[in-house]
Design a protein around this ligand. Structure first.
Ligand SMILES: *[C@@H]1O[C@H](CO)[C@@H](O)[C@H](O)[C@H]1NC(C)=O
Ligand SMILES: *[C@@H]1O[C@H](CO)[C@@H](O)[C@H](O)[C@H]1NC(C)=O
Length: 478
C-alpha cells in the first residue's frame, strides 16, 4: 500500500471512529438525538450478578462485577445485544476505577447507548438506614467522571427502588438530595465544556406510594428534580392487555408529566418463567397508545440467572441465546413508534405540585438533606476538644450516640436528620466517626468540659491541640 493509500485508509478509519453515536438530549417530556430525531429507548438490563459467571470472581475487594470493563466479554455479548435490536443497556454497578474504553467503543459501534446506576450493592442509599454522605457522593462523582467522556452515555440513576413502600418514604429525601448534587456536578462540568447527561430515578410500582413518589421527584426547584422518571414495572404477565396490565392507568397518570418517563425494567416472568415471556408488552410500549407519553423501556434482563429473568444463558465462556430472546427480537424488530421532531415539539406540561406530609408520605417538601462536604467535616473533626479514641470501633458508636442523644438533645442537633420535619443538621452528611466526634465534643462542651464528660469508658479522649478554623463556624453552639 502506497503512502497516500495508507494515509487515506487511516483517515477513513478515523472517520469511522468519529462517526460515533450522537449524544441524547432532553426536551420537555421527550428524548431526542442531538440533531433532533425523537429517541425511544429500546433497552435491556446488562449486569451480571457477582459470583455467577466466568467473570464472576470478584476483583480485589469489590463484591460486584463491572459489566463494561472486560473487553473479551463485551466482544462476545455486544453482537448478541446488537442482533436483539436494542439501542440501550442499563448497568447497575460501574467501577469508577475501571477502564471502559474498549466496551464503550464496541457498544457505540453497535448503536448502543448506556444508562448507568450510580450506586453499587455495598455503596448505595440504603432504605433501612438512609443517608447521603461524603462516601456516597464520592462514588457517584467517580462514576460520572469515568463515563462522561463517552458520547453514548445517556445519563444515570441516582437510586433504584430505594423507597419501596410506605414504611420507608424517608429514604426518598436522600435520593432527591443525591439527584440535586449529581445534577449540579454535571452542570459544573458542562460550564467547562462537558455535555448534558441526565440524572433520574428508577422506581418500583407500589400502589400506595407511586403517585407521591413520581410527584416528589418531579416537583419544586427543577435543579433539584429528576431529569427523567424510570419505572420498574412488572404488571403485564403472560397473555394480557393494555387495560388488564394497568398500562392504561400509567399512560393517563404520566400524560401531564413534565420530564421523560420510560420503563426502567419490565418483563414479568410469573407465567412460565423467562422462557414463557411473549413480549406483547414490548409491542404495546411502542404503539400509539403509549408513545405520546412513554419513551420506551428496558427489558429485565440479559443474563439468565437464578431469578429466571434472562434472555441469554452464559456457561463458561459461552453465551447462548434462549427462546425468549428470539421472541423479543421479533417483537422489537416489528415496532415502529411514531415520533416527533424536536423542532416541531413545544412542551406544555409543568412540574407536579409537591406532596405534603401525610400518612403514607413522611417527607417534607421544603428542605433537602445537605450537600456532602468533606472539607467541612474534616475541618470540624480537627477542631474537636473531645474526639473518639483511635481504638474505638464503629460497631460501638451506637451506644454512645444513644446515650448522648437521649441525655443531651442539643448535643445531637448538628447531626439531626428528620425528613418529616425537613430538619437536617449541618454534619448529618459526615461519616459516622465524624458525626460521633461532633456529638462527643458538643456534649463535652455542654457539660462545661467536666473531666468525666469526655471518657465513656475510654471510648473518647480529650484532644490536646484542636485546630479551630475561623472560617468554620460551629453553628450548633448558637
Ligand atoms: C416494605 O419494604 C421492606 C423492605 O423491602 C419490607 O421489609 C417490608 O416488609 C415492606 N412493608 C410492607 C408493609 O410492605
Ligand atoms: C396530572 O394530573 C393529575 C390529575 O389531574 C394530578 O393528580 C397530577 O398531579 C398531575 N401531574 C402532574 C405532573 O402535573
Amino acid at each position: 500500500m502506497g503512502f497516500l493509500r495508507a494515509a487515506l485508509a487511516s483517515a477513513m478509519l478515523l472517520a469511522t471512529a468519529d462517526a460515533a453515536l450522537e449524544p441524547i438530549v432532553m426536551k420537555g417530556s421527550k428524548f431526542f438525538t442531538k440533531s433532533g430525531d425523537q429517541f425511544f429507548m429500546k433497552g435491556i438490563a446488562y449486569q451480571q450478578e457477582a459470583g455467577t459467571g466466568p467473570g464472576g470472581a470478584s476483583t480485589g475487594n469489590k463484591k460486584y462485577i463491572d459489566p463494561l470493563s472486560d473487553e473479551k466479554i463485551c466482544k462476545r455479548d455486544v453482537p448478541i445485544l446488537e442482533k436483539l435490536g436494542i439501542n440501550t443497556i442499563r448497568t447497575y454497578a460501574i467501577d469508577p476505577e475501571a477502564d471502559h474504553k474498549a466496551c464503550m467503543k464496541l457498544l457505540d459501534d453497535a448503536g448502543i447507548y448506556v444508562i448507568a446506576d450510580l450506586g453499587e450493592p455495598a455503596l448505595s442509599i440504603n432504605r433501612d438506614d438512609p443517608t447521603w454522605n461524603v462516601d456516597l457522593f464520592n462514588r457517584y462523582k467517580g462514576v460520572i467522571d469515568n463515563l462522561a467522556e463517552y458520547d453514548n452515555v445517556i445519563g444515570f440513576f441516582s437510586g433504584n427502588e430505594v423507597t419501596n413502600n410506605a414504611t420507608n418514604t424517608d429514604a426518598s429525601a436522600y435520593v432527591k438530595a443525591a439527584t440535586r448534587d449529581t445534577k449540579k456536578y454535571i452542570a459544573d462540568k458542562m460550564s467547562k465544556g462537558g455535555r448534558w447527561m441526565g440524572v433520574g430515578y428508577a422506581a418500583n410500582d407500589d400502589a400506595e406510594i407511586r403517585i407521591h413518589m413520581a410527584q416528589y421527584f418531579n416537583c419544586g426547584d427543577q435543579e433539584e428534580a429528576i431529569d427523567y422518571w424510570g419505572y420498574n414495572i412488572y404488571s403485564w404477565c403472560g397473555k394480557s392487555s393494555f387495560e388488564e396490565s394497568g398500562y392504561d392507568v400509567q399512560v393517563k397518570f404520566f400524560s401531564n408529566y413534565s420530564v421523560p418517563v420510560f420503563f426502567a425494567e419490565y418483563g414479568c416472568n410469573t407465567v412460565g418463567g423467562a422462557e414463557g415471556r411473549l413480549w406483547d408488552d414490548t409491542t404495546a410500549l411502542y404503539s400509539d397508545k403509549m408513545t405520546g407519553v412513554f419513551s420506551g423501556g428496558i427489558v429485565y434482563m440479559f443474563h439468565q440467572e437464578k431469578n429466571d429473568y434472562g434472555v441469554v444463558k452464559v456457561t463458561g465462556d459461552t453465551a447462548t441465546t434462549m427462546k425468549n430472546y428470539d421472541v423479543l427480537q421479533k417483537k422489537l424488530g416489528a415496532v415502529a413508534p411514531s415520533s416527533t421532531k424536536m423542532s416541531a415539539y413545544t412542551p406544555t406540561n409543568s412540574p407536579a405540585a409537591c406532596p405534603q406530609v401525610q400518612e403514607n408520605w413522611k417527607v417534607s417538601p421544603n428542605t433537602l438533606p445537605p450537600t456532602p462536604d468533606s472539607a467541612l467535616c474534616e475541618c470540624m473533626f480537627k477542631s474537636l476538644s473531645c474526639a473518639p479514641a483511635t481504638s474505638l470501633k464503629e460497631k460501638d458508636f451506637g451506644s454512645i450516640f444513644g446515650y448522648i442523644c437521649e441525655n443531651d438533645k442539643k448535643a445531637c442537633a448538628g447531626i439531626k436528620h428528620d425528613t418529616e420535619a425537613g430538619v437536617y443538621g449541618p454534619y448529618s452528611m459526615c461519616s459516622p466517626k465524624q458525626q460521633l466526634g461532633h456529638v462527643l465534643d458538643a456534649y463535652y462542651n455542654n457539660q462545661n468540659k467536666g473531666s468525666s464528660a469526655c471518657d465513656f469508658d475510654g471510648a473518647a479522649a480529650v484532644q490536646s491541640s484542636p485546630k479551630v478554623d475561623s472560617s468554620y463556624v460551629e453553628t450548633y453552639m448558637k
